[in-house]
Design a protein around this ligand. Structure first.
Ligand SMILES: CC(C)(COP(=O)(O)OP(=O)(O)OC[C@H]1O[C@@H](n2cnc3c(N)ncnc32)[C@H](O)[C@@H]1OP(=O)(O)O)[C@@H](O)C(=O)NCCC(=O)NCCS
Length: 143
């Protein structure tokens, strides 16, 4: 998604999609990646506008849930755009053979998310304090 003004990209992000398995159930998940606002345009609410729009897009696409990690100082930024912290949740990216967890040494990440479908809302508690196998592969190693 791009936020464009007069032909100039002011902010951008990627929405990534994947079916995940968690606690004996499968979910259509979406996540945010490469969220960025042009340096000179930061602090004017543009990042938030785009992240809010991404959440709405995930709901329109009838995903079960949104899930992604961010550096912990950015938790308030994502919360201001409607996302919530999943306390104690760790996302495991990479592959089953070469896992890339969000709690590895040197990382200071929190897992953010939201539950859209009734199935996901019912299972919300199962995502807290849990390790979630995202296995997003070798390119977008972790959302
Ligand atoms: C993070 C980033 C996308 C925020 O974009 P932005 O357009 O400046 O954000 P907004 O103006 O919409 O900010 C929304 C709210 O989040 C807060 N916020 C924004 N960036 C923040 C940061 N780095 N740390 C803490 N809070 C931040 C703002 O203070 C604002 O709150 P307020 O309305 O109460 O003032 C931008 O700083 C950026 O591109 N950073 C470099 C890339 C990056 O770190 N991306 C995130 C990858 S997970």
């Amino acid at each position: 998604m791009l936020l464009v003004d007069d032909g100039r990209v002011l902010a951008a992000l990627d929405i990534l999609f994947k079916e995940i398995a968690h606690a004996d159930e499968r979910y259509e998940a979406g996540g945010l990646s490469t969220v960025v606002t042009r340096r000179e345009s930061r602090g004017h609410g543009l990042g938030r506008r785009l992240v809010v729009a991404a959440r709405e897009t995930m709901m329109e696409r009838k995903l079960d849930l949104g899930l992604f990690t961010c550096d912990s100082p950015l938790q308030v930024f994502y919360e201001s755009a409607g996302w919530r912290v999943l306390p104690g949740a760790v996302l495991i990216g990479g592959t089953p053979q070469a896992p890339f967890p969000s709690d590895q040494s040197g990382f200071d990440k929190v897992t953010m998310g939201d539950f859209f479908s009734p199935k996901a809302r019912q299972a919300e508690a199962l995502f807290r304090d849990s390790r979630i196998g995202l296995y997003s592969g070798e390119i977008d190693k972790l959302w």
